[in-house]
Design a protein around this ligand. Structure first.
Ligand code: B12
Ligand code: SF4
Length: 309
């Protein structure tokens, strides 16, 4: 029997039958911080058709103290609610934590007596919740960005206290959570937040200002990731929304990629970019291509004001 266990769950509407998929990077970051603090953590990724609900229920019932966290986007929220209700009805002492982009914006309908919401970046709040519920330490009032019920009252703590100022201090994602490794496309995020305020976007509509990791840390992480993948990364996915936000930084990142992946016949990558920056600095596209760019995702804005509004 495990004494203390945190289970983190990523569900999609349907199991993804693709041969390769992206890792649930947010949950891996959370799990890493919990592990660093000695809390046993398991991630169940339901993108795999092999992930099983009975294994989740068994893990919960085998643990002495357990907390379950779900990652929520607007796509999966109803499935998350259905599954969390099922767990709550079967395990009367269990606490459920919901986090991720959907509940960061819309949390009021989902907070409940045993269902706590974490808004924004979750590493620090989740760790404090685990300390509180599994180890009886600290109080809910001091945990940044959470919403919870205290008797009949709903309390919500300010989110800004939970933002990482020093993003270099966040531990590298623990790749051993990726199982089986071959199923996953290696993915890296080079910063948190965004300075733009596009109000249709979940990044822009919250005060998650951009905080970029140092080039040195990114290089270190890429080297570790390459070693973990036995020296072979045919395709790398940068999950940033803001990869191209600074032309100088794009050059620095491409230099890093050239150092680590000099053979471009065996390496390519994906990143996202903004049209305005690329239009002003078209040379960046050539630099990215030279470094191995295969896919570039850009948002196309409507020119119609009524659609934008
Ligand atoms: C990579 C990515 C994908 C990948 C999925 C990768 C995967 N397996 O996770 C792909 C390309 C498949 C994808 C698809 C979609 N995506 Co997408 N995606 C992203 C992207 C660009 C990066 C995600 C990431 O790695 N972030 C980095 C990690 C560190 O951050 P994070 O995941 O947000 O996690 C942190 C917090 O949110 C929080 N947290 C997250 N989960 C939990 C759980 C708990 C318990 C706690 C406490 C905290 C917590 O703590 C984490 C660490 O700080 C984000 C944009 C973004 N900047 O995040 C959009 C984003 C998540 N996607 C979005 C959307 C809309 C979609 C689609 C619905 C698009 C579509 N129409 O098909 C689909 C849905 C996929 C699905 N679930 O079925 C929206 C979600 C908005 C919303 N309101 O829900 C985002 C935010 C884009 C945006 N800016 O609007 N996506
Ligand atoms: S630039 Fe992209 S990530 Fe930033 S707020 Fe706008 S749509 Fe969102």
């Amino acid at each position: 029997m495990t004494d203390e266990l945190v289970i983190l769950i990523y569900v999609t509407i349907d199991a993804n039958m693709a041969r390769h998929m992206l890792p649930p990077l947010g949950l891996i970051y959370l799990g890493t911080v919990l592990r660093v603090h000695g809390i046993t953590t398991r991630i169940f990724d339901f993108q795999h058709e092999t992930a099983s609900w009975s294994a989740v229920e068994k893990a919960v019932s085998d643990a002495k103290h357990c907390m379950v966290g779900f990652s929520c986007d607007s796509n999966n929220i109803y499935r998350v609610l259905h599954l969390s209700d099922r767990l709550l009805s079967r395990f009367p002492d269990l606490k459920i934590v919901l986090g991720g982009p959907h509940v960061t914006h819309r949390w009021e309908p989902y907070v409940a007596e045993r269902r706590i919401i974490v808004r924004g970046e979750g590493e620090y709040p989740l760790l404090l919740l685990a300390e509180h519920f599994l180890r009886g330490k600290g109080g809910l009032r001091d945990i940044p960005g959470i919403a919870y019920c205290m008797g009949s009252k709903v309390c919500s703590n300010p989110i800004s206290m939970g933002l990482f100022e020093d993003v270099d201090a966040i531990p590298f994602p623990d790749y051993t959570f990726l199982d089986p490794l071959e199923k996953y496309i290696p993915a890296v995020v080079t910063g948190r937040g965004c300075n733009h305020r596009c109000y249709f976007c979940s990044e822009g509509s919250q005060n998650h200002r951009l905080r970029q990791r140092s080039i040195q840390k990114i290089e270190e992480e890429l080297r570790a990731l390459k070693a973990f993948h036995h020296g072979r990364i045919p395709y790398l996915f940068f999950t940033d929304d803001t990869f191209t936000i600074s032309p100088r930084r794009v050059h620095e990142l491409c230099d890093v990629l050239d150092r680590i992946f000099p053979d471009k016949s065996r390496f390519s990558f994906f990143c996202g970019g903004r049209v305005d920056i690329l239009a002003k600095h078209p040379e960046l596209i050539y630099r990215l291509k030279k470094a191995g760019l295969l896919h570039l995702q850009i948002g196309i804005e409507s020119s119609d004001r009524t659609i934008k509004d």
